[in-house]
Design a protein. Structure first.
Length: 311
């Protein structure tokens, strides 16, 4: 049995040595206990530090450590796809290099998938200790809103840390769309998944590459990638605006007939312009999000470009 460990990397120079020691410690014990073999596939997503130099060093010391280095930074979604596409294992483990996905949970995930009736084992964060309250609020809100407007149910706090069968990996690879949202894809393909609850873990070293605006952009990809509800919202807002305009016109007409009082032209005009102008811009923006996704898909550009690899 071969298990592929897939690790996306972007500027992980400071934390990679710690991850290297920990993943070897865990997998060596698993080999001794279960008799399984491992390959380690690191995806260097255009790192600007010495991440690639470390990966070359690990490959020279142990040929089980393989790597793919992109020509530039394509993003974590592309790195995940590249890892799944190039792994050879009967099972695949996907986790980050920053040790926020604790490797010591892999044996538990192995037991759930290999020795029980599960196709996937994934971790689910049950606390936000160490994160800002604003970030935690928006993250929780994303899952709640997404699950209401989309047919794809994403478990709150679910992480990319997953242990999957080959069958599930192949199902994920069959979805070769350019604009990818893996959390949604993992749920959309189905399969029987066991969620393992974990506490939030701080990075062992280095700085996170995620910030509020990147997470906001990522959440928009999630909304537009698995739901057409925002498009429907644009139609509803348009109808509501028309109804509001008609009601306002009736109110002003009735008041004029009853009291003879006319509405102030400047303020009425400004409110009307701002209302309809804002609604139009909102609807155009929603349409633009979906149009941009369609535009990128029709160009058929590669999801990633490899500059160097050792497989």
């Amino acid at each position: 049995m071969l298990i592929s460990v897939i690790v996306p990397c972007y500027n992980e120079e400071e934390v990679l040595p710690f991850f290297y020691e920990k993943i070897l410690e865990v997998t060596d014990k698993m080999t001794e206990k279960y008799g399984c073999e491992f390959e380690f596939l690191f995806i260097n997503d255009g790192s600007k530090d010495k991440t690639l130099l470390l990966l070359r060093k690990y490959n020279e010391a142990d040929k089980r450590f393989k790597y793919i280095s992109f020509s530039r930074n394509f993003g974590k979604e592309s790195a995940i796809y590249a890892g799944l596409q190039n792994c050879r294992g009967d099972y695949a483990v996907l986790l980050d290099a920053d040790l926020q996905h604790p490797p010591e949970r892999i044996p538990e995930m192995y037991e759930a998938v290999v020795n029980n009736d599960y196709d996937c084992a994934a971790t689910r964060r049950v606390s936000r200790q160490g994160d800002s309250k604003v970030l935690a609020f928006f993250s929780d809100s994303f899952y709640k809103i997404n699950n209401k407007i989309s047919n794809t149910d994403i478990k709150g706090g679910a992480q990319d840390f997953r242990f999957m069968t080959r069958q599930m990996v192949d199902a994920i690879l069959s979805m070769s769309e350019y604009s990818r949202f893996s959390k949604g894809i993992f749920s959309w393909v189905g399969f029987n998944t066991k969620y393992i609850e974990v506490e939030n873990t701080a990075r062992k070293a280095g700085k996170s590459n995620w910030n509020f605006w990147k997470l906001l952009s990522y959440s928009i990809d999630g909304f537009t990638g698995f739901s057409t509800a925002p498009l429907r919202l644009a139609s509803i807002l348009g109808i509501a605006a028309c109804i509001a305009a008609v009601v306002a016109a009736i109110i002003y007409l009735v008041r004029y007939i009853v009291t003879g009082e006319t509405a102030g032209g400047f303020y009425t005009l400004m409110c009307t312009v701002l209302l309809f102008g804002g609604l139009q811009l909102l609807c155009i923006g929603i349409l633009g999000e979906y149009l941009s996704k369609t535009y990128l898909e029709t160009k058929r550009r590669p999801i990633y470009i490899v500059k160097e690899s050792k497989l």
